[in-house]
Design a protein around this ligand. Structure first.
Ligand code: UDP
Length: 591
């Protein structure tokens, strides 16, 4: 309780000041909070000012106060006039020098594997302190351009430092704890306001001040006496902005860059936005990164007494896992994509998949009907893609299909991971209803073949209710004996539908269609799996939120555990996807 109360007070103070100052700004402008970042600087000043008056805070805040004013001034100038990063860096370094001179300094470093701490002389101490604080300020100011991101990342970084202070109270000044929590509050308070604001630039001043203060807190706080805490933890805490800022320097051999020095500096968030991610998605990814690295930092502090090797091992294992998770999360997010123009195809595991949205798939089907020649449409889920790897007949059929859409969360996820630009998930079940709607409008007829006796009739009934005027020219169940087949083929030929829905499940329906489509001469034959069961109401479809979250397979398996063996397709698809990713190249879309 003793520690929680000041913690909460710090958090609440920071958030309130940030919110209030943003609101004042908002009123003054008669609109959004504008450069919310500028005003978070004001909150930071208030917090440091309050700390100066607090008897147990020591003299560090007195050194911080003027340095912070100077940092804010530099940030404000950089917001209004183009100031090169090294000029900003030089200004920040001067402020960091002042900080060092007023006693906020890194005095000791611990070298890994060596038990004792190495005392730094005045010169190295000044150099390391100034370098560190400047770096923090610059990194935050550079990455402050995604709305809200710096503030949330800063908030999490400060909160992590606060937790570290709590875990290591004996080597932490109480001022550091309050300051860290105050910064977290400021950052989070502003994130909330900034998020609601009309398009606004967060401004450099606040971000820079935030980074500068975080650098200072990491020194005042518990970070001086183990190698991990002094070197690794701060890196983790500001890892996301560092990554964002340093992205420009990664080796860009493809662009002819020498030793990674590029002609045009591009930060990570810019690259992500250009790739089609929204502001909100970049924000979410940064949040994930900061939370992961922060949690890792806290884990290391908890393990502070444990051997160095063990902590190193933790880092070596956790960082690649985090990077992989972040990478997968980024790949799985739906991106704003160029709408495909026609039904061009992209190859996935040697199966050409049509790049279409639902609307485009329906247009394509109407075009097939107009042509009055037989066409085969397949909606392929993960199990079909996996099966086609072993079943060469199915693969051939899928390759020759006139339209093959991606149906199922597994296929869409694999495509996103591989960067294959599919339009969207086009599910067979949705397609049946939508094809019937269009058919009713345009006077086309449909035939339902498949599922248990009585189901196709029931489904037809439901479809007629949904699409008044729909011509259902025949229904037949899917459990007929081989000797009955000629009769059924004859019935379909005589009914001459424009669309034949075949519901036998993959791959039976695909093979059946392929075998008979020429003699049937139906313009569109499409395999629709268990759709009749769903449309007739015998099987309930997953709730919309589960469909949206790509969890329909889970719902269907829970409802019908006999489907469990089919799930084996998902790990295999994941294996195939990662194997493809590791091979590091992708077959370009077919023209
Ligand atoms: N089915 C059929 N004849 C058969 C085997 C299956 O009519 O010989 C029907 C079965 O009743 C079900 C559908 O085909 O309605 C297959 O549905 P499932 O959900 O298994 O297919 P998926 O949508 O997963 O491809």
């Amino acid at each position: 309780m003793q520690t929680v109360t000041p913690l909460l007070i710090g958090l609440a103070t920071g958030a309130t000041f940030a919110w209030l100052s943003a609101m004042i700004r908002c009123r003054a402008r008669g609109g959004g909070p504008g450069r919310a970042g500028d005003w978070s600087g004001f909150s930071l000043l208030v917090i440091v000012g309050v700390l100066c008056l607090w008897p147990r805070a020591g003299r560090a805040p007195w050194g911080l106060l003027p340095a912070l004013v100077a940092v804010l001034a530099i940030g404000a100038v950089a917001d209004r006039w183009p100031v090169r990063w090294y000029v900003r860096g030089a200004g920040l370094a001067a402020c960091a020098w002042w900080l060092w001179a007023s006693g906020v300094e890194i005095t000791h470093l611990k070298v890994p594997f060596v038990a004792s701490l190495a005392a730094l002389g005045p010169m190295p101490s000044a150099l390391i302190t100034i370098l560190w604080v400047t770096l923090c300020g610059l990194a935050f100011s550079i990455s402050g351009l995604v709305r809200g991101a710096t503030f949330v990342v800063g908030g999490l970084a400060a909160a992590t430092l606060a937790v570290v202070c709590l875990l290591q109270p004996e080597i932490t000044g109480p001022g550091a704890l309050l300051l860290a929590v105050g910064i977290a509050g400021t950052a989070l308070g502003h994130a909330a306001v900034d998020h609601r604001a009309a398009p606004a630039s967060p401004g450099r001043a606040g971000g820079m001040a935030l980074g500068f203060l975080l650098g200072a807190v990491s020194i005042i706080g518990a970070l001086k006496n183990t190698a991990f805490l002094v070197a690794v933890l701060p890196m983790l805490v500001i890892g996301v902005p560092l990554l964002d800022a340093s992205y420009a320097w990664r080796l860009r051999a493809g662009e002819g860059a020498v030793l990674g020095i590029t002609t045009r500096r591009r930060r990570l968030h810019e690259a992500l936005l250009e790739e089609g991610y929204s502001d909100r998605q970049v924000f979410g990814l940064y949040l994930f990164g900061a939370a992961f690295l922060g949690a890792l930092g806290v884990g290391l502090v908890i393990l502070v007494e444990v051997s160095f090797l063990l902590k190193l091992l933790l880092l070596v294992v956790a960082l690649p896992i985090g990077a992989l998770l972040g990478y997968c999360a980024a790949r799985l997010l739906p991106r704003r994509q160029e709408q495909p123009e026609g039904a061009d195809k992209v190859e996935m595991f040697e199966i050409p998949i049509s790049r279409v949205t639902m609307e485009q798939a329906l247009d394509e089907i109407e075009r097939f009907i107009d042509q009055q020649t037989p066409h085969h449409v397949i909606t392929s889920d993960a199990s079909a893609l996996v099966r086609a790897q072993d079943d060469l007949e199915l693969r051939q059929i899928m390759t020759e299909a006139d339209l093959l859409t991606a149906d199922g969360a597994g296929v869409v996820a694999a495509a996103r991971l591989l960067g294959v630009p599919l339009g969207e998930r086009v599910s067979g079940c949705d397609m049946v209803g939508l094809i019937c709607e269009r058919a009713a409008r345009r006077g086309h007829s449909v035939y339902l073949l498949g599922a248990a006796p009585g189901v196709a009739e029931q489904a037809a009934e439901r479809l007629r209710e949904r699409c008044p005027g729909l011509q259902v020219v025949g229904c037949e169940h899917g459990y007929f004996a081989p000797e009955e087949e000629p009769r059924i083929l004859q019935a379909i030929r005589e009914a001459a539908p424009d669309v034949l829905f075949v519901a036998f499940g993959i791959p039976k329906q695909e093979k059946w269609i392929k075998q008979h489509m020429e003699e049937l001469q139906v313009p569109v034959c499409i395999g629709v799996g268990g759709s009749f069961d769903v449309i007739s109401g015998r099987v309930k479809r997953a709730p919309v939120w589960m469909q949206r979250a790509g969890l329909e397979w889970l719902y269907r398996t829970v409802k019908d555990p006999r489907r469990l063996p089919r799930l084996a397709a998902l790990p295999r698809l994941a294996r195939m996807t990662f194997a493809q990713l590791l091979r590091g190249h992708w077959v370009p879309p077919k023209a």
